[in-house]
Design a protein around this ligand. Structure first.
Ligand SMILES: NC(=O)c1ccc[n+]([C@@H]2O[C@H](COP(=O)([O-])OP(=O)(O)OC[C@H]3O[C@@H](n4cnc5c(N)ncnc54)[C@H](OP(=O)(O)O)[C@@H]3O)[C@@H](O)[C@H]2O)c1
Length: 413
């Protein structure tokens, strides 16, 4: 059955900190009144009108859709009106489940910014079979976690196959440099996970098991839970420097492993993948890496313990709706290196760069391009309905959009 949609994309949660940036980038890149029919949505009409007015002339004609994450009928009505829902309403485990269900049942494509692995697992288990029937393509993790990692590995593996005829059997990602901030919603998601974790042992299992997002029967491979230890400091022989854990590593690596499984083991069944932050060489590098790792570990511990969590929430951390200043957002960036190893000592390296604060500006551009890809490249996307990763759903189509529209750069080095 061919459905007629009123909209190609609805940006759901456009009144939030990141949602506003998504609407801004959508307007700046695609304007209004053109080929792409998009709308902004959320729970409060007045707030959405103020978002629209901030978009200037590009936003004048943008329609507004209202609803509530806890009002199922409003979510079903939303999903029925659009080809793609692009959601920035989080914590997703708290506000996202009914929307995913509505998209799956109406056959509406969906993308979001979640990095909440346990919630993704829950959604896949609950709705995969129905999404296959209705044709809804559901793509989580379309922000800084996990597009640079997922698409970076996809890019490097294609180059490895072109050059050597085989993929890299090991790839590691190193964060060479990064600057930016966190939005209140990101911290709210982390805190929500910290609060729910002790009550539900399955959450901890999904977080610590490297292949927990893979389909059933495909949850084995060379990577071990130890590779995700929070405070490990190691020396990287290839890049000659000390490394500390990358806080996004636990989710990014799971997405990359799921991509490999969903792509029919395009990277090989023995493919291993890990991520870390590259600090520097010598004793100074070790000291900084150790302090950094202990700092991140201490912060996570403080968030896990109710009294310190309360203090951090009350006096230190940004609240939902808040986020980094314009200066921080505009001056932010990231620079990632991927090192891939093939047999016979062959090594390939790729560099991925993004401009703008990773957690807000860059993330917004990545989500915009994912949503537009799902909407406009729908006929070209090879896979049917189901829960996908960015690389397994959109692969080269998304790579082309990201590079053409300067959302990310990928190069072999
Ligand atoms: N993957 C990444 O790299 C990345 C980066 C940044 C953020 N994120 C994720 O993106 C999400 C949003 O972050 P944020 O900082 O933008 O959060 P935020 O500012 O708190 O925005 C949350 C949005 O959810 C809406 N909302 C809350 N309850 C709702 C309900 N019952 N019904 C409908 N809408 C509701 C809010 O509406 P009101 O305005 O009406 O309150 C707001 O629009 C978080 O889950 C965060 O973890 C991911």
């Amino acid at each position: 059955m061919v459905r007629n949609f009123e909209f190609d994309i609805v940006i759901w949660g456009a009144s939030g900190f990141v949602g506003r940036r998504v609407a801004h980038h959508m307007a700046a890149r695609y304007g209004s009144g053109g080929d792409l029919r998009w709308a902004i949505g959320g729970r409060k009409q007045a707030k959405l009108e103020s978002v629209r007015s901030e978009l200037g002339s590009a936003g004048t004609d943008i329609p507004i859709v209202t609803g509530d994450s806890h009002d199922v009928a409003s979510l079903e009505a939303l999903a029925a009106r659009t080809k793609v829902v692009c959601s920035t309403v989080g914590p997703y485990a708290k506000y996202g489940s009914e929307l995913v269900k509505a998209c799956v049942s109406t056959g509406t494509h969906y993308c979001d910014l979640t990095g909440e692995a346990h919630w993704m697992r829950k959604m896949i288990d609950a709705h995969q079979a129905e999404a296959e029937k209705t044709g809804a393509r559901i793509v989580h993790a379309c922000g800084f976690d996990s597009i640079p990692s997922d698409m970076g590995v996809f890019f490097l593996q294609h180059k490895a196959k072109e050059r050597y005829g085989i993929p890299c059997s090991r790839i590691k990602l190193r964060v060479k440099a990064m600057r930016g901030g966190f939005s209140g919603g990101t911290l709210a998601s982390l805190i929500y996970w910290m609060q729910e974790g002790p009550r539900d042992p399955s959450i901890r299992r999904v977080m610590t098991e490297p292949y927990s997002l893979n389909p059933k029967g495909q949850r084995q491979g060379p990577d071990r839970p130890q590779s995700m230890r929070a405070v490990a400091v190691k020396y990287d022989d290839d890049l000659k420097g000390w490394t500390m854990p990358f806080f996004m590593g636990p989710i990014n690596t799971k997405i990359v492993r799921r991509s490999n499984a969903l792509l029919g083991y395009l990277y090989g069944e023995d493919f291993g993948y890990e991520e870390a932050i590259l600090i520097g060489s010598g004793p100074v590098g070790w000291v900084i890496a150790t302090i950094g790792a202990l700092g991140v570990g201490g912060f996570m511990l403080a968030l896990a313990l109710p009294p310190t969590r309360w203090l951090l929430k009350k006096f230190v951390l940004p609240k939902p709706g808040q986020g980094p200043s314009q200066r921080v957002r505009e001056n932010g960036f990231f620079d990632l290196i991927l090192v891939g190893k093939l047999g016979e000592g062959n090594v390939m390296r790729a560099r991925i760069k993004g401009v703008g604060d990773p957690g807000t500006e860059s993330t917004s551009k990545l989500l915009v391009e994912s949503a537009v890809c799902l909407a406009q490249d729908s006929e070209k996307i090879a896979v049917g309905g189901g829960f996908w990763t960015p690389a397994s759903a959109m692969g080269e189509l998304l790579l082309l959009r990201l590079t053409t529209n300067q959302a990310l750069s990928f190069e072999l080095v």
